[in-house]
Design a protein around this ligand. Structure first.
Ligand code: G3H
Ligand code: 13P
Ligand code: ZN
Length: 328
């Protein structure tokens, strides 16, 4: 059944686990998540960005999600708007059956320009008022994550976001976080703790702590009842880079967020973990392999079936690692 994010994350908090939020754009990705959920007995968060809604069209997406809830009646499913850029976007998501919305007021409506605190509070509060009236949950964001503009996590100058993100002032301030949650009433809060979107997070293999764990702890201490969200949480596994590059791809060597770091976050109040890039890579690697090995192949099912299996495996791995397995 489709349920609000709040209900799922309250359960996750009571039982000390985290829940992966996987991005989707089409039927195959939804199928991968649902099959992984069935295999591991996991509740799931399925999320669509604005770009995903445009690509797939709201009507298709709504009916695909209804199909998922019909086919897997035993699995709790949250349908979440990822990075809503305005109250209008969040409203149209709610009208299209989403049970949870993110109002990302850390950025202006263009989704690129950093916004000030007062703007963030105003738009987020507005969304909370209209969403809660319809039993829909709201995620807000405070702090400055790696850039969204290139969709790769890279800054516009082509350098990874790593250097900028190590600047303390870009990370979420615990005191401000407490104020933000009190002023807006959000159910969950995305925090900037050292991650960035896309495949190119770190140029060197992470040694020691990647995440600002002390920040997470400090924020969690002040906000024991607000669920923390980690964006940019793909691990960018070496084996997926290798498959892509072995079969004709050209990805630069890169490093993501180690699963073990995420597990530490879960111990300190992180409940929702956003993963998109790892699934994109799994799909791409599988498709490249089939087409490289069988250049005469032209039945899409021949490469979409392995692609779906590869994404399902990533989902299973994360569900087990984050502790949501067995919690459906
Ligand atoms: O945060 C970004 C997600 O990975 C979704 O990406 O906006 O290209 O659909 P997208
Ligand atoms: P990744 O690019 O690390 O998968 O992050 C996805 C995300 O945060 C979506 O909101
Ligand atoms: Zn994100």
């Amino acid at each position: 059944a489709l349920i609000p994010l709040r209900v799922l994350l309250d359960h996750a908090a009571e039982n000390s686990y985290g829940v992966a939020a996987f991005n989707v754009n089409n039927m195959e990705q939804i199928q991968s998540i649902m099959e992984a959920a069935k295999e591991t007995d996991s509740p799931v968060i399925v999320q669509a960005s604005r770009g995903a809604r445009g690509y797939s069209q709201d009507n298709y997406l709504r009916h695909l999600m209804l199909a998922a809830s019909e086919l897997y009646p035993e699995i709790p499913i949250v349908m979440h708007q990822d990075h809503g850029n305005s109250p209008e976007t969040c409203m149209s998501a709610i009208e299209n059956g989403f049970t949870s919305v993110m109002m990302d007021g850390s950025l202006k409506e263009d989704g690129k320009t950093p916004a000030d605190y007062d703007y963030n509070v105003a738009v987020t509060k507005k969304v909370v008022e209209m969403a809660h009236a319809k039993n829909v949950s709201v995620e807000g964001e405070l702090g400055c994550l790696g850039s969204l503009e290139t969709g790769t996590g890279e800054a516009e100058d082509g350098h990874g976001a790593e250097g900028e993100l190590s600047h303390d002032q870009l990370l979420t301030d615990p005191e401000e976080a407490e104020r933000f949650v009190a002023e807006t009433g959000v159910d969950a809060l995305a925090v900037a703790i050292g991650t960035s979107h896309g495949a190119y997070k770190f140029t060197k293999a992470p040694t020691g702590d990647v995440l600002a764990m002390d920040r997470i702890e400090a924020i969690h201490k002040r906000l024991p009842n607000c669920h923390l969200v980690m964006h940019g949480s793909s691990s960018v596994p070496q084996e997926l880079q290798d498959i892509i590059n072995k079969y004709g791809g050209q990805m630069k060597q890169t490093y993501g967020v180690p699963v073990a770091e995420i597990q530490k976050g879960i111990k300190h109040g992180v409940r929702k973990i956003n993963v998109d890039t790892d699934n994109r890579m799994a799909i791409t690697g599988a498709i490249r392999k089939v087409l490289a090995e069988n250049p005469a192949e032209f039945d899409p099912r021949k490469y979409l079936t392995p692609a779906r299996d590869a994404m399902k495996q990533v989902c299973v791995d994360r569900m087990v690692a984050f502790g949501q397995a067995g919690q459906a």
